[in-house]
Design a protein around this ligand. Structure first.
Ligand code: ATP
Length: 320
């Protein structure tokens, strides 16, 4: 192993910069050369590749976003482009590539590994939706950003005795919604994993809570459920309680990463390089049962993850 490259792909996440920094510096510390690929798999196909030195990653650990840029690259799902990308890696002397992104990005890494390029994945997504790991870079920051925003909405909705529906991100996963639901004390949490919710039950819950003396009613709605604005109209019509929807949106993807995100990103970035140096190929780094570990890409992509029923129940119990 002589030269490795690093790229960020899919949706950006706070802490990606800390991971890039750790990959670059660990590799150089261990005597390797490192290249940075701009804008995900797009940049690889366009040969948007730069040499990385330790000072290129100075002063970025505290920054949100990704200094390498990221993109979705639909072409990369096609084998001819995957082959082209592997040829480009060979042309630039890249023996291994570290991909920081979500499970879509892991599929791209898997494709590259099938073309003979050693690819190692690092879980970078605010959604926490990667099955092989209990932790993904960006989740902690996103959930804290959302929690703080929701506290603010909750203040005003209590003053006005409103019902608030707040839609948080997470694509098809409900982890941000579940965490905010518990951390913000939401009365109802709507998760895509649990798509059997019944609007009439929510309406009854609001009316009942009012009778028990609650002056606000906070509903956290996961992105995967959607329709927050129309839901607010229906709920207001059915309950007579003024109901507003707030869609938090992209603010959840930005901002300076928390200490937790910086810490895990740093360890995972270093680990990605070190497992390559140990001779391991086509792996993804993860954190499971309290330990940093790694899995084969194929195995990781076959694993399933679900919302813990007990944790969801706790959220319900605590809103009596
Ligand atoms: P997030 O969920 O946080 O947005 P992600 O990595 O899952 O991150 P995707 O948009 O699903 O985001 O994937 C990112 C990129 O990975 C895609 O634009 C594409 O270039 C590549 N990719 C996704 N799926 C495949 C696949 N089946 N084969 C090859 N490449 C893929």
């Amino acid at each position: 192993l002589n030269t490795i490259a690093v790229l960020t792909s899919g949706g950006d996440a706070p802490g990606m910069n800390a991971a890039i920094r750790a990959v670059v510096r660990t590799a150089i510390y261990r005597g390797l050369k490192v290249k940075g690929i701009k804008k995900g798999y797009n940049g690889l196909l366009n040969e948007d590749i730069i040499d990385m030195e330790p000072r290129h990653v100075s002063d970025i650990i505290q920054k949100g976003g990704t200094v390498l840029g990221t993109a979705r690259c639909l072409e990369f799902k096609r084998p001819e482009y995957q082959k082209k990308a592997a040829d480009i890696c060979r042309k630039h002397g890249i023996d291994g590539i570290v991909v920081i992104g979500g499970d879509g990005s892991y599929r791209g890494a898997q494709a590259l590994s099938r073309q003979g390029i050693n690819a190692v994945g690092i879980p970078g997504t605010i959604d926490l939706d990667i099955a092989c790991t209990d932790y993904t870079i960006g989740f902690d920051t996103a959930v804290n950003t959302a929690m703080q925003a929701i506290d603010k909405v909750k203040d005003t909705s209590s003053s006005h005795e409103r019902c608030s529906i707040i839609e948080v991100m997470g694509r098809h996963a409900g982890y941000i919604a579940l965490w905010c639901g518990i951390a913000n004390g939401a009365e109802d949490i709507l998760l895509p994993e649990n798509y059997d919710y019944n609007e009439q039950e929510i309406v009854n819950h609001i009316i009942e809570s009012r009778k028990r003396g609650k002056i606000h009613h906070l509903i956290i709605n996961a992105e995967g459920i959607g329709h927050s604005t129309s839901m607010a109209k229906r709920i207001e019509a059915a309950t007579g309680v003024e109901t507003r929807a707030t869609i938090l949106g992209y603010m959840q993807r930005g901002g300076s990463p928390t200490a937790t995100d910086r810490y895990y990103a740093s360890i995972m970035g270093a680990r990605a390089v070190d497992i390559m140096l140990e001779g391991k190929t086509n792996r993804v780094v993860g954190y499971r049962y309290g330990e940093f570990t790694d899995f084969g890409i194929e195995e990781a992509l076959m694993m399933q993850k679900d919302i813990d029923r007990y944790q969801y129940e706790v959220a319900r119990m605590l809103t009596i």
